[in-house]
Design a protein around this ligand. Structure first.
Ligand code: AKB
Length: 308
């Protein structure tokens, strides 16, 4: 796992260890991960030699390549974002091409969509002209995955994650982060200052669904994976006003203020809802959590954490 300290990386590492055994999943990142995350290796994704060494030394068979700079952070340093998001992927695809590993997971995102993409029920195959460098790097990543599969038979699989909501950590650097931050603010009795406008609809997904989707995609038979760019993936769509209303049903004292910043424009360039019928048909994808069920679980889990 690269990027094992990230919002998805941490939970995915844990889920894979439950499946394959603690010692059989190596967490790697440029920052040390939470205490129980052994075995852990420091890895700068741009260090190609070290990546080849690790794969050889630990006899790695599959790579989940989660290391990336996200949509909002990416805008502060476009060249670095391009470099990290693309060159790490290229090394990993080459490892697969050279027969050193046999399967790769590449996370794409709703950030691949742009103003020329249909906004509602966005189909699988649409114009991808994103407004952020993160989106540009992920579109390019999808195309590289497709190319390496067509040309070299690399078994690379990918989903376009919506905004992911999880209780295990507070994400940084993304545009959908508000949907996690809001829980932590209201549960500590603070009014939440939302950086998106109240009516900004975005596709979202609870972390348990995102992890299950990833594991299901990665264990599906090769012949059922018909899309080698990246699969649309969907569970729910809501706006800040709607998640706030749902939270307020359980925490009546919850308060929100709206102060849209530069992330509003990023969110406005993405789509509102996703048609993921290809994933449903090809590998039987089915989400479990809607807005109400997700909000209930988030409040329960974060309250438990706060009680220690
Ligand atoms: C972000 O907001 O940048 C990410 C994403 C949608 O890929 N959560």
């Amino acid at each position: 796992m690269t990027g094992a300290n990230g919002q998805i990386g941490r939970v995915l590492t844990h889920a894979l260890r439950e499946q394959h055994g603690q010692q059989n999943v190596i967490a790697s990142d440029i920052v040390q991960v939470a205490d129980d995350n052994e075995p852990y290796l420091f890895l700068d994704i741009l260090n190609e030699t070290r990546l080849y060494e690790i794969v050889e030394d630990y006899q790695i068979t599959q790579v989940y390549h989660l290391a990336a700079i996200l949509s909002a952070s990416g805008e502060w340093n476009p060249l670095k974002t391009w470099n990290i998001n693309l060159n790490g992927l290229l090394t990993i695809l080459n490892l697969a091409k050279d027969g050193k590993i046999n399967r790769v997971f590449f996370p794409s995102t709703i950030a691949v969509f742009g103003k020329t993409t249909p906004r509602v029920n966005t189909p699988q195959d649409v114009p991808l002209v994103p407004e952020t460098i993160y989106g540009v790097s992920k579109v390019s990543g999808e195309l590289l995955c497709h190319y390496y599969h067509q040309k070299y038979g690399v078994d690379v699989r990918s989903v376009r994650y919506p905004g992911i909501i999880g209780y295990q950590s507070v994400p940084h650097g993304g545009t959908t982060d508000y949907a996690v931050e809001i829980f932590h603010s209201v549960l500590t009795g603070e009014a939440y200052k939302c950086f998106l406008a109240p009516d900004t609809y975005l596709p979202m997904m609870y972390i348990s669904d995102a992890i299950r989707a990833t594991l299901e995609l990665m264990s599906a038979p090769s012949e059922s994976i018909k899309t080698r760019t990246s699969y649309n993936l969907s569970a729910m769509s809501f706006s800040p006003a709607e998640i706030y209303a749902e939270i307020k049903k359980i925490i009546p004292a919850a308060e929100i203020e709206y102060e849209p910043d530069f992330r509003q424009e990023i969110a406005a360039s993405w789509t509102e809802s996703i048609d993921d019928s290809a994933a449903r048909t090809d590998w039987n994808w089915q989400p479990e959590y809607d807005l109400e069920k997700m909000v209930r679980d988030m409040i329960e889990k974060i309250s438990d954490q706060m009680r220690g």
